[in-house]
Ligand binder design. Structure first.
Ligand code: NAD
Ligand code: TYD
Length: 355
């Protein structure tokens, strides 16, 4: 049964100060002025309220600083507000950090999700209420050269990050099956775009080119990812939240596969053009480094179910999306510099020094 938009009044978005979450919050606050959007985020290193400076004064928006691992707080919020819908994005999201500290991923991604499910279940009174869980294609594991992940592909997570997301997906399905709460899950491929924390490949390379620093390519650079512009992911989330079928999973992807080395070469070309540098300047920074432990070879998504049943499709080409992304980082030096001057330096040294 699709969910009628008219019922949706109070929406809780978790992790709304992060990369994807901020784009989802912006879309909902601007597009649904008759809803009230609550953004629950504890502002980890990846959360940044300046991602939302254009909407934070909107009358239909409230920011709540809080941790989803705090069951007492989460229960109280659900009791007070009686949310009609939950869009759950809060997570530890970076594979390399999960290799360093898996427990943080269990805490937020597994225990935090179960806390939200418990609170949702306790306050589940109206049949239209919906718990929408945002997940990743990484739960399906790693592909060879051929084939695509479909919604029925068995879970086979390979990193602590994907294991924690797989576990959270399983809990969401288990609560649907056991307690009959309405849930939907979507699993998306790699996102890129404005506001992404510069630990991920694309913003890390933009940031390093800007500073003339090496571009670290793990292993031989042959790993393949499918890239989707973040605004297209936010549009997919909007479509699935309002039109998706309860109890189902939707894969979201860009049909846009790139080997890492080819992607970084293309990005170097875009950066040279934007910075007015001679062609080939940025490429000289490419440096091969020790591979990531357990590095998944290839992710590729078949999003046919979403495109054919709900009519969503990506609207931003990769060339256009990369150009917009680079423009955003070059125009938002303050945003980037604030991150680079903080704890990031320790993270960067730990990950990349002597690698
Ligand atoms: P992000 O790391 O940029 O942001 C995560 C946000 O969650 C931050 O604002 C952070 O402060 C908040 N957060 C973390 N722990 C929290 C806690 N315990 N309590 C409250 N808030 C907390 O992540 P992202 O890239 O925007 O990813 C958002 C979601 O989308 C995640 O669930 C991720 O698994 C999923 N996803 C990401 C991608 C991608 O390419 N980035 C692809 C598919 C799915
Ligand atoms: P990343 O952006 O961390 O996303 P994910 O691991 O979730 O796919 O990495 C994308 C790809 O780029 C992945 O194959 C690892 C690789 N990579 C590098 O080669 N160098 C880097 O410095 C980073 C951060 C990633």
């Amino acid at each position: 049964m699709p969910y009628a938009q008219s019922f949706m009044k109070k929406i809780l978005i978790t992790g709304g100060a992060g990369f994807i979450g901020s784009h989802v919050v912006r879309l909902f606050v601007n597009q649904y002025t008759d809803y009230h959007i609550y953004n629950l985020d504890c502002l980890t290193y990846a959360g940044n309220l300046s991602n939302l400076s254009d909407v934070d004064q909107a009358p239909n928006y409230t920011f709540i600083k809080g941790d989803i691992t705090d069951a007492v707080l989460v229960d109280k919020l659900f009791e007070t507000h009686q949310f009609d819908g939950v869009i759950h994005l809060a997570a530890e999201s970076h594979v390399d950090r999960s290799i360093q500290n898996p427990l943080a991923f269990v805490q937020t991604n597994v225990i935090g999700t179960v806390n939200l499910l418990n609170a949702f279940r306790k306050n589940f009174k109206k049949p239209h209420q919906l718990f929408y869980h945002i997940s990743t294609d990484e739960v399906y594991g790693s592909l060879d050269e051929g084939g695509f992940f479909v919604e029925t592909t068995p879970y086979d997570p390979q990193s602590p990050y994907s294991a924690s997301k797989a576990s959270s997906d399983h809990f969401v399905r288990a609560y649907h099956n056991t307690y009959k709460i309405p849930v939907i899950i979507s699993n998306c491929s790699n996102n890129y775009g404005p506001n992404q924390f510069p630990e991920k490949l694309i913003p890390l390379c933009i940031s390093n080119i800007r500073q003339g620093k090496p571009l670290p390519i793990y292993g031989k650079g042959e790993n393949v990812r499918d890239w989707l512009y973040v605004v297209d992911h936010a549009r997919a989330i909007n479509t699935i939240f309002h039109q998706g079928n309860v109890g189902e999973t939707y894969n979201i992807g860009g049909l846009n596969e790139w080997q890492n080395i080819d992607l970084v070469r293309l990005l170097c070309k875009v950066m040279d053009e934007k910075l007015g540098q001679a062609a080939g300047t940025s490429e000289k920074l490419i440096t091969y480094v020790t591979d990531r432990a357990g590095h998944d070879l290839r992710y590729a998504i078949d999003a046919t179910k979403l495109t054919t049943t709900l009519g969503w499709k990506p609207t931003v080409t990769f060339e256009e999306g990369l150009s917009k992304t680079v423009d955003w980082y070059l125009a938002n030096e303050l945003w980037l510099n604030q991150i680079l001057s903080g704890e990031y330096q320790n993270y960067y040294a730990q990950q990349y020094q002597n690698r």
